[in-house]
Design a protein around this ligand. Structure first.
Ligand code: SAH
Length: 251
């Protein structure tokens, strides 16, 4: 069996119990070396064979999975965060289906949720936003035109932007098409790692702040009014407000 496992965002205790137990039992471990915390590998048994997928191409990864499977070995393929979010598991699954090899996916804590946790924020604050958009800026991987940041920004929803901090200027200028310039932004570099950095600001100043910290990879950009100071919208919970505007069944 091949197991695709979400390792979580960094802190090795933020893997699921199920993910950890499977790693403990597997004979072969293939981990995404660029982002998975190597501490996770300590869960593997001493005799497990360990491979860093950052040094392998897709064909080599699949070959290793097929060979191990034929030898009756279980394989843990460890991805950062949750495998379903920019995890590139789709292309591996297609190949395993062709080879008729059984696989399972074990979810993990995605980095956008870890970033919300370290900021101590709810992404879906009632009356402010009830929608989270998970997206990225187009790069080598193209984004369909109707999903460009400038289009999505018109919803003024909470946004979690992956894989984009290296282009923070372009991100900000596209976001300004839809959000007000004073909209808060938080950039979290390596959420839950020991060297985590949090930068907060608005669309007006976040770019300069991020650059002055030298952050150009492994960061989550969170955007939206959910980041505002609690006091600024706590009036929405006033008794009077709730009596006149909020209906119980809509909570
Ligand atoms: N599957 C992963 C995302 C992989 S894409 C997940 O669910 O989190 C890699 C991108 O994820 C990075 O460019 C960055 O935007 C984000 N990322 C991954 N780990 C992170 C962390 N600990 N803190 C902040 N952002 C992170």
């Amino acid at each position: 069996m091949i197991y695709f496992i979400g390792a979580g965002p960094g802190d090795p205790e933020l893997i699921t119990l199920k993910g950890m137990k499977i790693i403990q039992a597997c004979d072969v471990i293939i981990y995404a070396g660029s982002l998975v915390n190597k501490e996770i590998l300590k869960y593997a048994k001493p005799e497990a064979e360990i491979y860093n997928s950052a040094l392998m191409n897709l064909d080599e990864i699949i070959e290793l999975m097929v060979k191990s499977h034929k030898e009756g070995k279980d394989v843990a393929r460890i991805h950062t965060g949750d495998p379903a979010i920019y995890g590139a598991i789709h292309e591996q699954i297609v190949r395993l289906e062709e080879e008729n090899i059984d696989y399972e996916v074990i979810p993990g804590v995605s980095s956008f949720l870890a970033a919300a946790a370290v900021l101590k924020k709810e992404l879906t604050v009632p009356e402010i936003t009830q929608t989270v958009i998970i997206t990225r800026i187009g790069g080598r991987t193209k984004v369909p035109p109707e999903q460009e940041l400038k289009e999505l920004s018109r919803h003024r929803a909470t946004m979690a932007i992956f894989l984009s901090v290296q282009e923070i200027d372009r991100v900000v200028s596209e976001l300004k098409e839809g959000y007000q310039e004073t909209t808060p932004v938080a950039v979290v570099y390596k959420a839950t790692w020991e060297d985590q950095v949090i930068v907060t600001g608005t669309l007006n100043d976040i770019s300069q702040k991020v650059k002055s910290k030298g952050i150009n990879k492994t960061a989550m950009i969170l955007v939206g009014d959910f980041l505002k100071d609690v006091k600024s919208y706590s009036k929405l919970y006033d008794r009077e407000f709730s009596h006149s505007f909020r209906k119980k069944e809509n909570l």
